[in-house]
Design a binder for this molecule. Structure first.
Ligand code: PLP
Length: 373
């Protein structure tokens, strides 16, 4: 069998073994509904409370500020749509032009309902600084939503400073931290954010589960109406196995945060120095999520690069996609004004804790064969 080199960890990650083991009892034997009053529901109920506590501790929140959702997309949609009509006086939303589509498409949906949304353009490194926010925010702004770190280019945004601007104008601040949680230390109180989205499968947890941090006292419409689960704000029988798996994966990742980070940064340097003879731009800011490496090769076709690497058993993402007529450059690369000659030849290599030096050498060697210096 051909060896697989998985270098697309920003797309999804491998399930943590301990997380998998922790999940199985709730899939097989402890299948009781946590909302029921009888003793068979005691164990799932306890597991739910413990997982909520673990996740809250991981981001310095209170357990009652953690709401389980089905994914990062749901958490983002909940914030954008759930806050849309809570204050008739404050109707405007501000976000950035480089958000994930989970935020952008949700914003388009509220625009269609007549609510104004403004999109901040980043600088050439993908940074959203407080200055452009200051210039457009008004006392009618209800919500500012800026991602913690960009999924395509890894740039980490100055969240604390942006949240301060929002709060000075009486607006709520949300951050889509789907690419950050489990990879860097996050403290919601120190950041002073009102809401934060996360997704388990980005930090070695199972797919189909995520959470939304909602600071105590923040007014947000319910996501699902129905039962009293998640304090009545997100009704639906809880997915205990996945919630438990998510909490174990997060705890394990955070326990090895520094170790993983230095390993990944070492691999990142190895990759970049190995490619030095090729004509490419590395996108994103100095302050970025470890291992998120967006490379734009001059006069190349990103989709063709992806397929050639795939033939060599290497999984990466692309920042551009071809249809029969044109190459579509991603909204992020467009927003940072990356020159088209480079933008078209963009791939994202996203390394994780399980990648090895040997794999990096294989990626370098494959890229050198495909991309001519
Ligand atoms: N937000 C960001 C920044 C992401 O990178 C992703 C997934 O790639 C999402 C949201 C959506 O997360 P999920 O796949 O859990 O719906």
């Amino acid at each position: 069998m051909k060896r697989l080199i998985y270098a697309d960890n920003a797309a999804t990650t491998k399930l943590d073994n301990e997380a998998f083991e922790a999940m199985t009892p709730y899939l097989l034997n402890e299948y009781g509904n946590a909302s029921q009053p009888y003793s068979f529901a005691r164990e799932p109920k306890k597991a739910l409370a413990e997982a909520r506590q673990i996740i809250a501790t991981a981001i310095n929140a209170l357990p009652e500020e953690i709401y389980f959702t089905s994914c990062g997309t749901e958490s983002d949609n909940w914030v954008i749509k759930g806050s849309a009509f809570i204050d008739a006086e404050k109707r405007a939303t501000i976000t950035s032009a480089i958000e994930h589509h989970a935020v952008l498409k949700a914003c388009e949906a509220i625009e269609r309902l007549g609510l104004p949304v403004a999109y901040i353009k980043p600088d050439s490194k993908g940074l959203i600084t407080p200055k452009p926010l200051e210039s457009i925010i008004t006392d009618n702004t209800r919500l500012v939503s800026v991602m913690y770190s960009n999924n395509e280019i890894g740039t980490i945004e100055p969240i604390k400073e942006l949240a301060q601007v929002a709060h000075r104008h009486g607006a709520l601040f949300h951050t889509d931290a789907v690419q950050a949680v489990g990879h860097i230390a996050i403290d919601v109180k120190a950041l002073d954010v009102d809401m934060l989205s996360a997704s388990a499968h980005k930090f070695n947890g199972p797919k189909g589960i995520g959470f939304l941090y909602i600071r105590k006292g923040v007014s947000l419409g319910s996501f699902n109406d129905g039962g009293s689960q998640e304090s009545g704000r997100r009704a639906g029988t809880e997915n205990i196995a996945s919630i438990v798996g998510m909490s174990v994966a997060l705890k394990n990742n955070l326990a090895k945060l520094n170790e993983n980070e230095s390993h990944i940064i070492k691999l990142e340097h190895l990759l970049l120095s190995g490619l030095s003879e090729l004509d490419y731009i590395r996108n994103g800011a100095e302050n970025h999520i470890p291992g998120n490496i967006s490379l734009s090769f001059k006069d190349c076709d990103g989709e063709a690069l992806l397929h050639r690497l795939d033939l060599a058993g290497i999984c990466v993402s692309t920042g551009s996609a071809c249809d029969s007529v044109n190459t579509q450059i991603s909204h992020v690369l467009k927003a940072i004004d990356l020159e088209e000659r480079y933008a078209k030849g963009t791939i994202r290599v996203s390394l994780g804790k399980d990648n090895t030096e040997e794999e990096i050498f294989a990626i370098i060697s494959a890229l050198k064969k495909i991309v001519k210096p």
